[in-house]
Ligand binder design. Sequence first.
Ligand code: CO8
Length: 258
Amino acid sequence: MAYETILVEQRGAVTLMTINRPQALNALNSQVLRDLIEAFAAYDADPTQHCAVLTGNEKAFAAGADIKEMSEKDAADFFLEDFFSGWTSRVTATRKPWIAAVAGFALGGGCELAMMADFILAADTAKFGQPEIKLGVAPGMGGSQRLTRAVGKAKAMDMCLTGRMMDAVEAERASLVSRVVPAAELLDEAMKTAAAIAAMPPMAAMINKEMVNLAFETGLNQSLLTERRLFQILVATEDKKEGMAAFVEKRPGVWKGR
Ligand code: CO8
């Protein structure tokens, strides 16, 4: 399927999505949101696809929500359209794993979108920031919450109140990103990592993702109980039998995805 603002291709079991508005530094307008919602839903529903990578170009992952589009809307428009709520309700509802591969600017909504990924791989050129304060607003797509959970209060306050950018080295030190790689290797590294995840037993990958996300949603006792229950569900899968048998027989596992 062709989209207006993103490119989507399948490489084996990995779906690669590329935000494609280079003339606006990949600013996220409503069309990008619509395209990504559809692309993520298609990825989630496709039984041949087991991991996804979302990326931009070398200059920008995304330089924020589209300021030109937002400048024409008033408060009632934002409220009545529940502008950008689809990121939270639809994109983050993706059950299969996905990685954000970030080079260049990831600002405002761009940083917030990257933080919706299961993890971020950064090029050494990546720059993260929540500069909304300079526009008289504040993060509106989860930035104040996800950034704070990722990097802690001091750094999140510093970023949100000054609007400054954080480079890749600082982002890795602050645990905003899982790894930094040279820019020229970013896509290869992301695709290799995604292929490694896609080669895992698919249900186990989905449940591992759900388990880690629990840590952000519920208290410790409830999370530990849910973790145990999810573990027990995985024990009932054919892939658990196969995975353990393959280990004992010293051979690679062959997954059924159930
Ligand atoms: N929106 C629209 N267009 C943009 C954006 C953007 N966020 N960022 C860049 N562009 C456009 C520029 O207008 C320019 O277009 P043109 O050539 O037509 O003038 C083109 O991209 C290239 O940009 P620059 O010439 O500015 O490139 P520079 O390399 O000089 O500067 C910067 C790069 C520093 C990234 C600069 O472009 C910049 O500061 N951009 C804005 C960054 C920003 O403030 N982002 C946050 C936006 S607000 C937000 O994301 C809020 C999300 C929450 C919404 C929740 C709603 C409920």
